[in-house]
Design a protein around this ligand. Structure first.
Ligand SMILES: Nc1ncnc2c1ncn2[C@@H]1O[C@H](COP(=O)(O)OP(=O)(O)OP(=O)(O)O)[C@@H](O)[C@H]1O
Length: 272
């Protein structure tokens, strides 16, 4: 297992955002974490990646207990993530955003940087080559020298994935990577996620687009009110009455949840 989450708990005052959650992600596996709005998905990811201190439970990454460690320490042990709302450096170029990902493993000494030694220039070239490699990998179409904030939204999402890959992770957490993408871009994302897995990188995915989730995942973990209500193969999960009820039982205006309901309820009753 690359990720083992056991009895994870996170409370905000009286709200149990994550309530005794246990799940795992195997080496090279694609696991989706789904659930209605407010189910605790992002809170769980934030605990796993060190952005929140869990109230209880353990997180093990590649066999090592990383519970409550700082995000940088967890990243150094092989975890990279993207965010629901993009967190790129808007005032930096596309290329520099991805180069930033390489600094996790690139060994640079301050004295070399200060004196611009040949060793420093070599490592800078290495960072640039690596950044281009990952921008090629995600098939970025836009201008790499221009400011990242000038790229269309879908392209910015690719840059964020390229930056995460430049960290050379063992596990990649993707938080709603399809949000805001059009139909064609979603299809490309699906292919990209599979190609990332082919590199041997395990993927944990939070996603509301049920079509994408069911297509790409080997396993789906379902949360509702912070608790796990299902963990299984996509076909089993979509037919699970507790899962359908979790989506149907909510009153919401959210279009994505309506779409998820249609997908789950329609397919679920068809196969039941
Ligand atoms: N910083 C916070 N302070 C207080 N409560 C929070 C905070 N973050 C999340 N919560 C609460 O914790 C619960 C879980 O929220 P979370 O954002 O993890 O859910 P989610 O499943 O990721 O939802 P969505 O699909 O809408 O992104 C919700 O009740 C939410 O209101």
């Amino acid at each position: 297992m690359i990720l083992e989450v056991k009895d994870l708990r996170l409370a905000f005052g009286g709200v149990r955002a994550v309530d005794c959650l246990s799940f795992s992600v195997g080496v090279g596996e694609i696991v989706s974490v789904i659930g209605p709005n407010g189910a605790g998905k992002t809170s769980a990811f934030n605990c796993v990646s060190g952005f929140y201190q869990p109230t209880g439970g353990t997180v093990r990454l590649a066999g090592e207990d990383v519970t409550g460690r700082r995000p940088s320490a967890i990243a150094a042990r092989g975890l990279a993530r993207t965010f629901q709302n993009l967190r790129l450096f808007g005032e930096l170029s596309v290329l520099d955003n991805v180069r930033a990902g390489t600094h996790l493993w690139l060994k640079q000494r301050a004295v070399d940087a200060l004196l611009h030694t040949p060793r420093y220039r070599r490592s800078e070239r290495e960072a640039t080559d690596e950044a281009h490699k990952w921008l090629d990998f995600v098939e970025l179409r836009g201008d790499r020298a221009g400011l990242v904030r000038n790229l269309p939204y879908g392209e910015q999402r690719r840059v964020e994935i390229a930056r995460a890959l430049a960290r050379r992770p063992k596990l990649l957490l993707l938080d709603e990577p399809a949000a805001g993408l059009n139909h064609g871009e979603k299809a490309e994302l699906l292919t990209l996620i599979r190609r990332i897995r082919e590199l041997g990188v395990a993927i944990a995915l939070i996603e509301h687009d049920m079509g994408l989730v069911m297509e790409v995942s080997e396993r789906v973990v379902v949360l509702n009110f912070g608790k796990e209500i299902a963990d299984g193969r996509p076909d089993d999960v979509r037919r699970n009455p507790a899962v359908i009820e979790a989506y149907l039982g909510r009153d919401t205006d959210d279009d994505e949840v309506h779409a998820a309901r249609t997908e789950l309820a329609g397919e679920g009753t068809q196969h039941a």
